[in-house]
Design a binder for this molecule. Structure first.
Ligand SMILES: [Fe+2]
Ligand SMILES: [Fe+2]
Length: 391
């Protein structure tokens, strides 16, 4: 395999490079025993995970997911137990429409200078949290779909859902989870006070325009001060979701541990949703590609532990990823399973051998001889993935 990056400080491992082709048993043994917990591999320059490696990861993933499910479902009513993506999509669609309407009216109030009624948002956050518990992929997938007109509202809803999903992965519970969701929902409320023409400008921004946009965290923070039931967490995330670990963020240029856990979570969720969304001036990136790009930047931008938990939340092959299978067929990832992040349920639809579409077929890779070789760029193939997935 080609090791793209050994995760961790260089003092923790004996290799003199972070990036190299792993092609000797001796190096493999060293890597396995040196205490490194995680590596990033580049399947374009070497092999992807398969066989034994998958089996080891499967076990770990299985244990983690079983423990997570146990924790989530323990003592909770049956309605919050995990359900299939298909079943949850029906409820998630209704919830998405309801969330959009609620956030739109809340944010328009803000634009008119009225105090936000935070208490009214709490039941919405609760419902989104329940949907995420039943099946995280349903709501997260829908929340990625935005139009240029509803971007700011749907981005707020998406960041709310991502904050909850990430919070669960980090082991947050109860009130902390609600706080995370609420903070996500309100983080960009300050954008309502920015000139909308500048906000939605398709071309390059002038320095002055960029400064206007960079003022949105503080404007939002000031506005939220006026809400009687606002929480300290929501205020903090609103003000600090554009701070970076290396101190190069804004508005306060906080660095490292000066940034709270919730603000660090906000930074990761915010960037991921912004990059994966379609905007008036660009098409969104694919989730798998976005995770890969964010991994390259993470040393300066994101907190390591929070980012790693986020990758687990989104998955290695998130739903909607175009993948090539061992047989040479192309498929699209439809749903993660509880068994493993590496063996999702996919819809096979194209043969690269005959170079033509084939009868679509759902395949559970956890119960099949087939496996994923790598993720493919849909732009290269010219597929309309939304049409194929129906999401
Ligand atoms: Fe923002
Ligand atoms: Fe944002």
């Amino acid at each position: 395999m080609f090791i793209h990056e050994l995760c961790g400080s260089w003092m923790e491992h004996p290799f003199w490079r972070k990036s190299f082709l792993l092609d000797t048993d001796a190096d493999l043994h060293t890597l396995r025993t040196c205490g490194i917990q995680e590596v990033w591999i580049d399947p374009a320059r070497g092999l992807d995970v398969e066989g034994d490696v998958v089996a080891v990861s499967d076990e770990e993933a299985e244990r983690e997911i079983a423990a997570e499910l146990d924790r989530i479902t323990k003592g909770k009513p049956q309605s919050e137990a995990r359900v299939s993506l298909h079943d949850e999509l029906i409820r998630a669609r209704q919830l998405q429409a309801k969330s959009k309407a609620a956030v739109t009216s809340m944010f328009l109030e803000a634009r008119m200078g009225n105090a936000i009624k935070v208490g009214e948002a709490a039941p919405l956050v609760d419902e989104i949290s329940k949907s995420i518990t039943r099946n995280p992929e349903a709501f997260l997938n829908l929340a990625r779909l935005k139009t240029k007109d509803d971007y700011t509202y749907m981005h707020s809803v998406a960041v709310c859902a991502l904050m909850i999903a990430l919070g669960k992965q980090l082991g947050l519970e109860g009130n902390d989870l609600k706080e995370a969701g609420l903070a996500g929902l309100l983080h960009d409320v300050g954008k309502m006070m920015v000139d909308q023409e500048v906000l939605n400008k398709p071309g390059k921004l002038t320095d002055e325009e960029f400064e206007m946009i960079k003022d949105h965290p503080r404007k939002g923070w000031e506005l939220l001060q006026g809400s009687s039931d606002i929480t300290a967490t929501a205020l903090d995330v609103c003000l600090h979701h554009h701070e970076r670990m290396d101190g190069k963020g804004y508005p306060d240029k906080l660095a490292g541990e000066q940034i709270s856990l919730f603000a660090k979570m906000g930074a990761v969720c915010d960037v991921y949703d912004a990059l994966t969304s379609n905007r008036c001036y660009k098409n969104g990136w694919e989730p798998a590609e976005t995770i890969r790009k964010m991994a390259e930047w993470r040393n300066g931008h994101f907190d390591e532990r929070v980012f790693q938990a986020f990758v687990k939340t989104i998955g290695i092959y998130p739903s909607g990823t175009l993948v090539r299978l061992k047989s040479g067929r192309l498929a699209i990832v439809m749903e993660q399973t509880e068994k493993s992040l590496l063996t999702p349920i996919v819809k096979v639809f194209f043969s690269t051998k005959s170079n033509e579409p084939i009868m679509p077929e759902m395949l559970d890779l956890g119960r099949s001889q087939e496996s994923i070789v790598n993720a493919e760029d849909p732009a290269k193939w010219g597929f309309d993935l939304k049409q194929i997935t129906g999401i």
